[in-house]
Design a protein around this ligand. Structure first.
Ligand code: NCD
Length: 441
């Protein structure tokens, strides 16, 4: 079976650690790997701007001895004539290329591409959702500089709502048992689905932290503190429920993702400079950024030994060499893949509501993609989009067999068979689909 990299959770911890050893070798001898993928072609399909991500993927493929075909601006491709993502990847993946690297403005686009393409698909950023290869670069950098990830105290700051890089990074940090502190700009908090996934899949439980400690970094923004649920002796602060941070290992800064802002949203201008990092707790704090930076990091930090952002970017090539070689089956990491996901119940089909996220790929390409939800809880009923992960609480839940609907928090919802579940955003929608209210007993 092919391996895709849509989410950072598509790689196991053991694979990531083994991958890091491969990256070390590639950094030591960068020009000695052209035997790994000769005659193999990578296609980059970029529906959004990129400098580092696309060029580092393409440089990596050349260093492995392979070739590259590139649609660097999909606006000049058939997408502008209305071709669907599914059709594009079906043709390019297979007939033209052995692996696809996709960047797309819609959340869930990489999941769709992975389903329709016969070759491995790498997510190079899908809307505000995930950016797993950036995370492997970030994690590798932190690992290389600090000698490990477990127990590190890492602050994720800025636009945590739309920054796909911090979503993937948070999952990975949590899985490697780092302590994650969130300092969002007000109004740009981590999405609920990310918090939920950190808690349920990565075993990290949020705790509140006094924000005052971070005033010098991010004004009075709220902070949420995550700490591993099963404390390990090396991880810090696991007993405390309120924690004052006395040292920080890394501060991850993000660019306000203005291109994704809704009407009326505006980001505060916060700028990290040497002055802001002069306190004792920042003595060994690495400043990280996925780049491009706009105003978030002062240029006076560039020469500071704590600045990591250019090193992160430089490591993009060897990290992507290792990833590509692995996904193409040219290196054996000798590590077990992630265990198959516990299959949660799925609600599929055109009856009822669609994904409420206006920039989900199922909303934008609804002519062939059907809404699909994973059931997160039966009582009260809660679900999430199978593509963009947006949390969904329908107003009503119906049974397709009896054509009866219930309030989402009714205990009757528990009895509906999974294959009969239908989600409605309103009573009007339910009645319009021929469903009626459950008779009162
Ligand atoms: C990031 C992205 O595209 O999400 N850039 C990158 O890939 N290094 C971050 C950003 O654009 O702010």
């Amino acid at each position: 079976v092919k391996r895709d990299l849509v989410s950072v959770d598509d790689l196991s911890n053991a694979e990531i650690v083994a991958l890091f050893r491969t990256v070390d070798e590639m950094i030591a001898r960068p020009r000695e790997w052209t035997h790994l993928a000769p005659g193999t072609i990578l296609a980059s399909l970029f529906y959004e701007p990129s400098t580092r991500t696309r060029l580092s993927f393409e440089a990596a493929m050349h260093r492995l001895g392979g070739g590259v075909v590139s649609a660097a601006d999909m606006r000049s491709s058939s997408a502008s004539k209305g071709e669907s993502l599914a059709d594009t990847v079906r043709v390019v993946g297979g007939a033209y290329a052995d692996l696809l690297v996709l960047r797309h403005p819609a959340e869930g686009a990489a999941r769709v591409a992975a389903r329709y393409a016969s070759v491995p698909v790498v997510n190079a950023g899908d809307g505000s959702h995930e950016h797993p290869t950036q995370t492997i670069c970030d994690l590798y950098s932190l690992h290389a500089e600090k000698g490990g990830i477990e127990g590190l105290d890492v602050v994720l700051s800025g636009d945590l709502k739309y920054s796909r890089t911090v979503h993937s990074f948070a999952y990975a940090l949590a899985r490697f048992r780092a302590n994650v502190v969130l300092i969002p700009h007000r109004g740009f908090e981590m999405p609920e689905y990310v918090i939920r996934r950190l808690r349920e899949r990565c075993g990290n439980e949020p705790q509140r932290l006094e924000a005052d400690d971070f005033r010098s970094i991010a004004g009075s923004a709220d902070a949420v503190y995550f700490t591993p649920q099963r404390p390990h002796q090396l991880s810090l602060f696991t007993e405390a429920d309120r924690v004052a941070i006395s040292k920080l290992d890394a501060l991850y800064v993000t660019r306000p993702q203005r291109e994704r802002f809704l009407e009326g949203e505006s980001a505060p201008s916060v700028r990290i400079d040497r002055e802001a990092l002069s306190g004792a707790r920042f003595k060994d704090t690495f400043v990280m950024h996925p780049l491009p930076r706009v105003n978030e990091i002062s240029y006076d930090l560039d020469q500071d030994p704590r600045s990591l952002y250019f090193k992160q970017a430089a490591r993009g090539v060897p990290v992507r060499m290792a990833l590509l070689a692995f996904l193409l089956g040219r290196v054996d990491l000798g590590a077990a893949p992630p265990p198959p996901e516990l299959s949660s119940e799925r609600v599929r089909g055109r009856l009822g509501m669609g994904c409420p996220n206006a920039t989900c790929i199922t909303t934008l390409e609804s002519n062939y993609l059907e809404p699909e939800f994973l059931v997160d809880s039966r009582a009260p009923f809660a679900a999430s989009c199978a593509f963009c992960e947006t949390s969904v609480v329908p107003v009503l839940v119906g049974c397709a067999s009896t054509r009866v609907f219930h309030r989402h928090n009714s205990s009757d919802v528990r009895r509906i068979k999974a294959e009969h579940l239908v989600l409605f955003a309103s009573e009007e929608q339910a009645r319009g689909s021929g469903f009626a209210a459950a008779a009162r007993p």
